[in-house]
Design a protein around this ligand. Sequence first.
Ligand SMILES: Cc1cc2nc3c(=O)[nH]c(=O)nc-3n(C[C@H](O)[C@H](O)[C@H](O)COP(=O)(O)OP(=O)(O)OC[C@H]3O[C@@H](n4cnc5c(N)ncnc54)[C@H](O)[C@@H]3O)c2cc1C
Length: 414
Amino acid sequence: MAQADKVVVIVGAGFGGLNAARALRRAPVQVVLVDRNNYHLFQPLLYQVATAGLEPEEIARPARAILRGQRNFDFRMVDVTQVDFAAKRLETSAGPISYDFLVLAPGGETNFFGLESMQRHGLGLKDIPDAIEIRNHVLTCFEQAMLEPDAEKRRELLTFIVVGGGPTGVEMAGALSELIRLVLVKDYPRLNIKDVRILLLEATDKLLAAMPERLREAAVKTLWRKWIDVRFGAQVADYDGKQIRLKSGEIIPAQTVIWAAGVRASPLNATLGVAPGRQGRIPVQPTLQVPGHPEVFIIGDAAYLEQDGEPLPMVAPVAIQMGQFVARNIKRQLRGQPLEPFRYRDQGTLATIGRNAAVANVYGIKATGFVAWVMWLGIHIIQLIGFRNKLFVLINWAWDYFFYERAARLITRD
Ligand SMILES: Cc1cc2nc3c(=O)[nH]c(=O)nc-3n(C[C@H](O)[C@H](O)[C@H](O)COP(=O)(O)OP(=O)(O)OC[C@H]3O[C@@H](n4cnc5c(N)ncnc54)[C@H](O)[C@@H]3O)c2cc1C
């Protein structure tokens, strides 16, 4: 078979898969990108959809539109259900797809750590439907609170709990506070703002564990200033949709619990017949190959790889760099050259806590407040895919900033 006929199938149009597909544009291969959704999603801004700041289409773009100029590219919207390494074939919702090389980049899912009651009644944040569900739920709570004569039930409707003090939990709590205190107070003039409570529950004794101590402390202070009740050592025992019970025995009545406490690898990993590592991630060789299957690579959140004795984090830059790197290794394999080991270049972390407030540790530069917030804005605009999305997000942010508004305050279902 001629090299030009080799088929590279990439599962997942997320950060890893999309970058792998792009980096193979000049390779003598056919690239088939498959995803259950027809779009690439910029997950770091999902919380802004959940808090009515952005519309879903501003943070997502069809995979076909992104790669339509690439001649060796094809897209299939299918759900991959199984991978047969021996037959070099994927089983999908639309029948089998064969490959010569396979890049698995199916990402992750919300990890409820076996807390079934939370899985049933809590709100996860991983995809567009999750974000819309949170938006609908929060706005519906306000509508119901306006109709509720009983003061205790009203407070229960207006108590919002975010679980998890990582970047997603911190950003979610900050954005929720601003939605309520800067925007919804105007929509609900008869609302007693003292009835509203926002709690951020963290099981350990620190927020934003990957950040230096000074930035962690700055984040806590900013959250307090935004009227967010930050609780450390708060481990959730269960939640019945009306009240959350902590392991300490404390019970907090709340109709809204947003679970931002963890992610684990995609359930597709469990079908591969390879023993998974931590968080269900599949241990890969430094070349990103699956041991025993040199034509199969796993990248991004689905892969487990240690560097300097630490597992690589489940973040977008790891997936992006792995996507670009895996393409180079496939090209080496096609040329019969030895493969190279992957090395992650950590650019740092950022988290925003609302207007003029963020913490940043980027390329060794540590910043808080307005400077960090401007860095956060710039980096996110640069990373968003598509000029239209960049423009619309910028316009929305400017509008919200100057007029204290949120454009997308619609309840789109009962
Ligand atoms: C709310 C939230 C906020 C985040 N914020 C940040 C942040 O600020 N900074 C940061 O660096 N990282 C952040 N992350 C993490 C970051 O988004 C992930 O690390 C990154 O998306 C991983 O990229 P990936 O390519 O491995 O997977 P993903 O980007 O998740 O893409 C996986 C793709 O695979 C598809 N897929 C999965 N299973 C199947 C299947 N069986 N069949 C077909 N298709 C399938 C999915 O539809 C998806 O398109 C955040 C994540 C979330 C959820």
